[in-house]
Design a protein around this ligand. Structure first.
Ligand SMILES: [Mn+2]
Length: 329
């Protein structure tokens, strides 16, 4: 857990400043979206003027569009430095992209995050790497600072926790995570409502794309490494947006015996973005950092410096071997 003095400094900043700008990272996942909206709603209910945003387009996967207050999100270009800024679920200041300047020019920058490689870039840092999700930290902060978490904020925070813990199945799920979830359910959140929206709202096009990716998946038994790929032509063929493919890696992870899973995604620029996951015995986060990315021990990502998909696959295999993982060791 983070320092109580940091929490007190955050409380002072929040009490004395307005508006409160809350920023997630580009192409936000469920935790970042839940954190921006959940904290924004909780502060607004306390009478605070809030501005919620993230860099890049305010687009998000369809599965998160059931969340409240989405229409209040403000495009990054409309923001000027005023009040204070809060960065949520951002390991580094660079995750803020074009909002970085606004965030640092504000009257204070509170960094709330759970990534182990968080650089403490804020003027106040509430970083707890033992938390499963930024939304889990936010629930604790709201409770401690007396910001009542009502149904709508709870719904957002719950969504962040459910998605970052793989529905409470990943190794980051702790007794504390479930205690937080329990507190949230007491606010009236219905697990099946979130489940149906987040996990049972895929388009047929997406399910068919998944089928294609799984059909051609490769398993390197020596490295216990399973991987798949999505090219721009696949997205075109099936009519799926790249940011909607965040969870596809979990389907590959159903494979018995695998330790590392990856999905290589060709970006519109041609660059290869790689999502990687591992079982607890392998630190995929440090491999991703070696390749210029970042993340957690068991969930990370990076953009390959290599030109082609094939080269990116070889690059990752090389790093897996270099890390000592081969021959099912
Ligand atoms: Mn997160």
């Amino acid at each position: 857990m983070f320092d109580e003095r940091e929490l007190n400094r955050a409380a002072e900043l929040l009490a004395s400043s307005e508006p409160v700008m809350i920023f997630g990272h580009e192409w936000p996942d469920g935790d970042a979206i839940g954190a921006v909206l959940g904290l924004g709603i909780a502060l607004a209910e306390k009478g605070k003027r809030v501005q919620m945003s993230w860099p890049g387009p305010l687009e998000m996967p369809q599965k998160y569009q059931f969340l409240p207050e989405i229409e209040k999100l403000v495009a990054s270009r409309e923001l000027r430095p005023e009040g204070i800024a809060i960065a949520v679920d951002c390991a580094t200041e660079d995750r803020l992209k074009e909002l970085k300047e606004v965030a640092f020019a504000a009257g204070g920058l509170i960094n709330i995050d759970h990534h182990p490689d968080n650089t403490r870039f804020g003027s106040v840092n509430l970083v707890d790497e033992t938390a499963a999700a930024t939304c889990e930290i936010l629930y604790a902060i709201c409770e401690k600072l007396g910001f009542a978490v009502g149904y709508e904020a709870a719904l957002c925070l719950y969504t962040g926790i459910v998605t970052d813990t793989g529905r409470f199945q990943f190794s980051n799920t702790t007794a504390g995570t479930l205690a937080t979830a329990s507190g949230i359910l007491s606010k009236g959140v219905k697990p099946n409502f979130v489940y149906e929206n987040v996990y049972q709202s895929n388009s047929l096009a997406y399910i068919r794309l998944t089928g294609e990716v799984l059909t051609r998946a490769v398993y390197d038994e020596d490295l216990s490494f399973v991987y798949g790929w999505i090219k721009q032509e696949d997205l075109k063929k099936f009519g799926v947006r790249l940011y909607e493919t965040e969870d596809l890696i979990d389907d590959l992870r159903a494979l018995k015996g695998h330790v590392i899973a990856a999905v290589f995604k060709e970006q519109p620029s041609g660059a290869i973005r790689v999502s990687v996951r591992s079982r607890l015995e392998c630190d995929i986060g440090s491999i991703a950092r070696k390749l210029g990315g970042g993340g957690h021990r068991v969930a990370a990502g990076y953009t390959s410096a290599r030109g082609t998909l094939e080269e990116a696959v070889e690059e990752l295999k090389g790093e897996i071997i270099a890390s000592g993982r081969s021959g099912n060791s």
